[in-house]
Design a protein around this ligand. Structure first.
Ligand code: NOJ
Ligand code: CA
Length: 691
């Protein structure tokens, strides 16, 4: 495509913008504002090139992100970019170094250590508009957000698109999922050269030839359109805002700030996963006392529907009956599960609901499901029902009933709700604008507001939310800790849909892509791995299903299979019964994106540690040291490992469960079968009983 900039600026000036990796390349003449991270690892420079504001990012002095444009296209008001000049700041960057505590999470304490500078951009001629870029630089990544000051000529800000670019300097491999396709965020991840990427959702994960790992994403997506990236040429990416049905992308009244554009930059896959950049860029908790928010594991009247034993719809195979619910509550109570999800309980499932949720009632139960009686039965047994609101994408129908639906659940002591938005990527529909039928993308500004409204309405009633078909996770759990988890990628359910089933490398991709955004309700723990409907099998060993409880973090984690599957293998089920969902520490022991990963986490409430290790279709021998354990202390390692003949396809049930005494000085060799995994529970011996 012919770029008008190229024509105006001439080839040499153009390459000064794009190809800054060569030493001695002519630098732009405008002021350069430079902000470095606390330990001088990363530096962000903001300057101008060919009349455009640009930024770049250097790691140890070497450009990782080359000069890249900043700015916007406004609706009917031109670009807010060209001839926007950098004003040299009068004050030096300021630093912050603080530690905050998470109410729940992968770790208890998070250090927030950065340098920040606000850079003013002004138009000296014409409309004389102003824009600010707030830049924060950490040792493991950077964030910047735009601030629109209030100004008479730019008060009602109608944004057509964004011009932010990400110009990756070194040749890189990309793990990505195209934006805008059917099934949207629920596609198989691609691994290609970055130069072959078309469009991509974020988080987008890159690894350069020198093993620098990069995540491009956003933080605190509030009252704004989400962005995806498009490759313009070579390794040069540009942000696009998701369009709204009204002919623009985002509309706000100044003054306001956009979400953060963030780029995590580390020297390993493990450090990328361990980065707290996204959470640190979000605002602190606004809900006050959140002691009512309780992580936990849950079972569900759910996988039977995927097997087609039961149905969501009413009729002879209806799943959500009083009788089935009592059976599941009994099983949940016996095995100490906090929650039980019940889907298909409410009127509306008999219609063609996917993409048309207009028939759903969120307060009326089917006649064979006695909601108050079930809630009372569960309460008496210490089990918490997880409610379900599938909208089919009809937001007007849902919003009209949302208040009374949450009131009903609250009155029955139901403190968690799974929501659903099954509709094609741009087929969320509502009548909010002049009563006309409108359709929106799941990641539009309209939907960013909708998802957060649901979370806020739920919080008022002390209800936790797990959103399926959600907007992407941008770390809002910090600000609204009742937003526990989301789906937002290809979950275990695709191993029953089979279009196709998830490849054996799927979960090793997820950890370094989708999971960088935040907790995912993946629904691990399938024990009946073969013959899920005639089409499908789960392409993992049984032990990998256990390892996923440690590897794929979520404060609410399902044991997704049917009761009979767990009753048939109580030895392996023991690990699911034991594993917690809330942690005080998390460390990645070894990892390569898309190939393998070993994660250890310490239970928030005991001294016990848990290890999960998974591999793709290749078997692996992974030596590890137990140095993460408390020195001098003895632990009983309960090991759940692939057997010698285990293989995800031919022999997924070959496994060994064994125990041994270990200390922090020991080494273990994990032997993962093709498509396999290993899970270990390290039970800390009481101090008095130390050998
Ligand atoms: C898709 C969700 O991912 C799944 O968990 C749910 O059961 C169905 N929609 C029905 O709501
Ligand atoms: Ca889904």
């Amino acid at each position: 495509m012919k770029n008008w900039l190229l024509v105006l600026a001439g080839i040499s000036a153009f390459s000064a913008v794009r190809a800054d990796s060569a030493p001695g390349t002519a630098l732009p003449k405008a002021p350069t504002v430079s902000v470095s991270s606390p330990n001088q690892v990363l530096t962000v420079e903001v300057t101008e090139s060919d009349g455009f504001p640009v930024y770049r990012v250097l790691r140890f002095g070497k450009p990782v992100i080359g000069y890249s444009h900043l700015g916007f296209v406004l609706k009917d008001a031109g670009k807010l970019a060209y001839q926007l000049h950098v004003v040299a700041p009068t004050e030096a960057p300021h630093g912050v170094d603080e530690t905050w505590e998470q109410p729940w999470g992968e770790r208890r304490y998070i250090r927030n250590h950065y340098s920040e500078q606000t850079v003013r951009l002004t138009e000296p001629k014409g409309l004389r508009r102003e824009l600010e870029v707030i830049v924060r630089v950490y040792d493991d990544g950077i964030g910047f957000r735009y601030a629109f000051p209030d100004q008479p000529q730019l008060h009602d800000v109608v944004i057509a698109d964004e011009l932010t670019e990400f110009n990756i300097v070194d040749p890189a491999t990309a793990w990505w999922m195209p934006w805008g396709e059917s099934h949207d965020t629920e596609l198989v991840y691609q691994r290609t050269a970055l130069s072959e990427l078309s469009t991509s959702h974020t988080p987008l994960t890159l690894r350069t030839k020198d093993h620098v790992h990069i995540e491009i994403h956003e933080a605190a997506l509030v009252d704004f359109a989400g962005f995806y990236v498009q490759r313009i040429d070579e390794q040069h990416l540009r942000a696009h805002l998701v369009p709204a049905s009204e002919g623009w992308a985002a509309r706000r009244t100044a003054p306001f700030k956009t979400p953060w554009r963030m780029i995590a930059i580390t020297d390993s896959a493990g450090a990328l996963y361990e980065s707290n950049l996204e959470l640190n860029l979000n605002d602190p908790n606004v809900l006050g006392d959140v002691s009512w928010i309780q992580p936990g594991k849950f079972l569900g009247i759910w996988w039977e529907m995927f097997h087609e034993d039961w149905t969501w719809a009413s009729g002879p195979k209806h799943g959500a009956t009083t009788e089935h619910a009592k059976r599941y509550i009994d099983f949940a109570a016996k095995h100490h599960f906090r929650g039980l999800l019940i889907e298909g309980w409410n009127v509306g499932w008999d219609s063609e609901w996917a993409g048309d949720g207009s028939s759903f009632s969120f307060t009326e139960a089917y006649p064979d499901f006695d909601l108050p009686a079930i809630a009372a039965y569960a309460r008496a047994k210490g089990v918490h029902i997880i409610g379900h609101h599938e909208t089919g994408g009809d937001i007007s129908n849902y919003e009209a009933q949302m208040g009374s639906a949450f009131d009903l659940y609250q009155s029955l002591g139901i403190d968690a709700v799974k929501t659903g938005y099954v509709a094609d990527a741009d087929q969320i529909h509502h009548k909010a604008v002049l009563g006309a039928n409108r359709t929106e993308w799941h990641d539009s500004q309209y939907m960013a507001n909708h998802y957060l409204t649901v979370v806020k309405e739920a919080a008022k009633r002390h209800i936790m939310i797990d959103s399926h078909e959600p907007i992407k996770d941008t770390g809002l759990r910090r600000t609204y800790p009742n937003w526990l988890a989301r789906e937002g990628s290809r979950g275990q359910e695709y191993n029953a849909f089979g279009v196709p089933v998830n490849p054996p490398e799927h979960e090793t991709n997820l950890v370094f892509t989708r999971m960088l955004g935040g907790p995912m309700d993946f629904t691990p723990g399938i024990f009946d791995l073969k013959h899920i409907r005639p089409c499908c099998s789960v392409p993992t060993t049984l032990m990998k299903q256990l390892a996923l409880y440690v590897v794929l973090y979520s404060p609410v984690t399902m044991a997704a299979d049917r009761i009979q599957a767990y009753e048939a293998r109580p030895d392996a089920f023991k690990f699911i019964e034991d594993v917690p969902t809330d942690w005080s520490e998390t460390h990645v022991i070894n990892a390569e994106v898309g190939d393998y990963v070993t994660i250890v986490r310490k239970d928030r409430h005991t001294d016990n540690w848990y290890l999960g290790s998974i591999t793709d279709e290749n078997g692996r021998l992974l030596p590890i040291s137990l140095g993460f354990l408390e020195p001098g202390r003895h632990y009983r390692a309960e090991i759940y490992r692939d057997g010698a003949k285990a293989h995800w396809d031919q022999n997924p049930y070959d496994y060994v469960i064994e125990s041994r005494d270990v200390t922090s000085t020991e080494k273990l060799e994990l032997r993962l079968a093709p498509g396999g995994g290993e899970a270990i529970r390290f039970v800390a011996e009481p101090i008095a009983k130390q050998h």
